[in-house]
Design a protein around this ligand. Structure first.
Ligand SMILES: [Zn+2]
Length: 92
């Protein structure tokens, strides 16, 4: 599998700061859009990821729900942490 998602843009979609629950819209450089859920405490933890259905999946080419992005949660998480996307997106 040669596909690798490259995080391009992150925006906060919703949050429950009290409980440390966050929802981010994460756009990849290839146009793939995902919705990513995080638990902030004690440290940022990716709890769920789903691909928006506006574009076909870049991996399996389906235009309906698939689980391909689940294979990249660690990679995407690392990019979000290293790029400090989460801190920026979660701070207004
Ligand atoms: Zn897929």
């Amino acid at each position: 599998m040669s596909y690798r998602p490259i995080v391009n843009k992150v925006t906060e979609a919703s949050n429950n700061d009290k409980d440390g629950l966050y929802e981010f819209m994460v756009n990849m450089e290839d146009g793939t859009q995902t919705r990513v859920f995080y638990q902030r405490y004690p440290e940022w933890k990716l709890t769920n990821i789903s691909r928006l259905l506006r574009n076909p999946c870049p991996i399996c080419r389906k235009d309906f729900i698939c689980k391909c992005m689940d294979n990249f949660t660690a990679d995407i998480h690392n990019q979000l942490i290293e790029g400090q996307f989460l801190e920026h997106a979660a701070t207004k």
